[in-house]
Ligand binder design. Structure first.
Ligand code: MG
Length: 384
């Protein structure tokens, strides 16, 4: 970590042509990196790397971790500030370095105002391929600005009913039965649905442990952990008897033929997560999965997520809105779209102990949107 951090600071200083700034990757950070053109630009983009500290070690089928790197962004325009965020879980290939490098190329001075959102995002898209978290960090800040200029929360601008937000699931990572039971006891009154990570060798043990103390509805996320479609179907039939609502990404993302067979035979809806990233992926998943899990960091932000929701709905596919481990900034932005979703998995901010924003609330398990304009967040006061 120390070496990476040193390299990163060196890289940032080189890239930015700045003298060395000590980026406080943990805790407080005031050193916002301004883009070189920012002084003459109408919209001023700045960004700051930040490391999220997880409350508990988080284990899924492929890895365990205790931190998640993010980059926080701000776009200033006529005295207003739009907030955004890029979150980089290790498996998606982006890093604080790559996000800083990408954002350094962004020149908003060629655009008159944030209402040119569509053209701005087409321009952002063309800067480089991939880099979807970096792109999302600009998209979210621009949407926040739009709402603030119009003094309306985003859900209103989309014509969505804030009463129609779904319950959010809360995620239980892979762990020993004792720990799983403890976590379920802690959370079952607060959440109306729990998400259980499966895909290692303890699937039935995990579910049986939960069912020994709770009958709360469950959804399961296998994170590509089952490789044989017949065994997968056996497991899904068994889960169906255990009050499981749907199964997320049961098989490796490229096994679409096996997945189509599984979906056809499955008594539970199947939801694509790793198999779907952007809007262009949806056509390949029609009749392969029952639905898709949309995340801002995978698809490049709210603009594309909104379009993906409409495409999926037109194909009569189920829609889930999810998140990465993120501050309340990106989670609340995603929550603005949640009235369109069948299910929400918006617990990323609840898994960290150093959030930087106040935003959505979970009240009796339900996503509850702030009435503030834009994405609906306020920065937390920083302790000195
Ligand atoms: Mg998933």
């Amino acid at each position: 970590m120390a070496a990476n951090r040193r390299d990163f600071i060196k890289l940032s200083a080189l890239t930015l042509g700045l003298s060395l700034i000590d980026y406080p990757l943990y805790g407080r950070t005031n050193n916002w990196i301004k883009t070189l053109n920012s002084e003459k630009s109408v919209m001023k983009l700045s960004f700051s790397p930040y490391n999220l500290l997880l409350k508990h070690v988080f284990t899924v089928a492929s890895n365990s971790r205790t931190t998640t790197p993010v980059v926080l962004t701000q776009i200033e325009y006529q005295g207003l500030v739009g907030y955004g965020e890029a979150s980089m879980p290790p498996y998606l290939g982006e890093t604080q370095e790559s996000v800083v490098k990408f954002l350094q190329k962004v020149d908003l001075s060629k655009f008159a105002n944030p209402f040119e959102l569509d053209e701005i995002m087409l321009y952002i898209e063309k800067i480089d391929k991939n880099n979807t978290a970096a792109k999302a960090s600009v998209d979210i800040a621009l949407h926040d600005l739009l709402g603030k200029i119009l003094q309306q929360p985003l859900y209103k601008l989309w014509g969505l009913n804030p009463q129609k937000t779904p319950n959010t699931s809360f995620t239980i990572g892979i762990d020993t039965p004792e720990v799983v039971i403890e976590k379920v006891k802690e959370t079952q009154n607060e959440f109306k649905i729990l998400k259980v990570k499966l895909g290692k060798n303890s699937d039935k043990e995990m579910i049986n442990a939960i069912r020994s103390v709770s009958d709360v509805p469950l959804c399961v996320d296998v994170n590509q952990g089952w490789s044989d479609k017949y065994q997968a179907l056996d497991m899904i039939n068994w889960l169906h008897e255990k009050n499981v609502v749907f199964v997320e990404q049961p098989m490796p993302k490229e096994k679409l033929d096996d997945m189509a067979w599984l979906t056809q035979h499955s008594p539970l809806p199947t939801i694509a997560d790793e198999s779907v990233q952007r809007i262009t992926d949806i056509k390949n998943l029609y009749q392969v999965f029952s639905g898709i899990n949309i995340k801002l960091m995978k698809c490049g932000g709210l603009r594309e997520a909104y379009n993906m929701m409409n495409v999926a709905k037109a194909l009569e596919m189920k829609v889930m809105i999810g998140c990465m481990t993120e501050t309340s900034c990106a989670v609340t932005a995603a929550a603005q779209l949640s009235p369109m979703a069948d299910w929400a998995d918006l617990d990323g901010n609840l898994l960290i102990k150093n959030d930087r924003y106040n935003g959505l609330k979970i009240i009796e398990g339900k996503v509850t949107l702030p009435t503030l304009p834009g994405i609906g967040v306020k920065p937390q006061k920083q302790q000195s």
